[in-house]
Design a protein around this ligand. Sequence first.
Ligand code: AR6
Length: 186
Amino acid sequence: MEYKIGKTRIILKTGDITEEDTQAIVNAANSTLMGGGGVDGAIHRKGGPSILEECKKIREKEYPEGLPTGEAVITTGGNLKAKYVIHTVGPVCHGKFTEREEKLLYNAYYNSLKIAKENKVKTISFPSISTGAYRCPIYNAAKTAIRAAVDFIKKENYLEQIRFVLFTEEIYEKYAEALKEIIDEI
Ligand code: AR6
């Protein structure tokens, strides 16, 4: 499914984000930036050690205590097709989604888009942040993700493509439902 706002196409698709050929892909990391399971594990495995090396430097120089939830940083894409990986940390939901989780997840998407623009990235792919190990309800997370993308596009008519690369058909359906609802509100 696709929807265009200004010059930016929002694209929903199923797939493995490590295969995407956008200029940047986003990693659903944790605040240590030292890798993990899920998307994070897949990105580091396929991207190779240079990504972790840069993450270590970022920790030393900028975030000795770890990257706070909702913030984002950028590294090389290593051996990936993408030139950059943008690492962000979504909230841990444990199945609940209050204003707090919503705000933090919104910030994770919005700050990733800001850092993309600062690095002249015009095409970017997101996974469904916080809906795996961090257990945020998928429909709520989908609406928050798309709302952040639409808000960013309205403010900064810069990006060409924002892809949401969803791991399963079930997650895709939830995002498609959320996108339709948001289109109706526009
Ligand atoms: N491509 C696209 N989506 C994927 C892929 C993939 N290769 N692999 C999994 N997903 P998760 P989180 C989906 O757990 O909830 C890590 O250990 C998955 O089905 O990767 O933000 C980190 O180090 C789910 O829908 O991220 C953190 O500690 C979505 O990606 C923690 O997990 C997110 O699942 C972050 O948890």
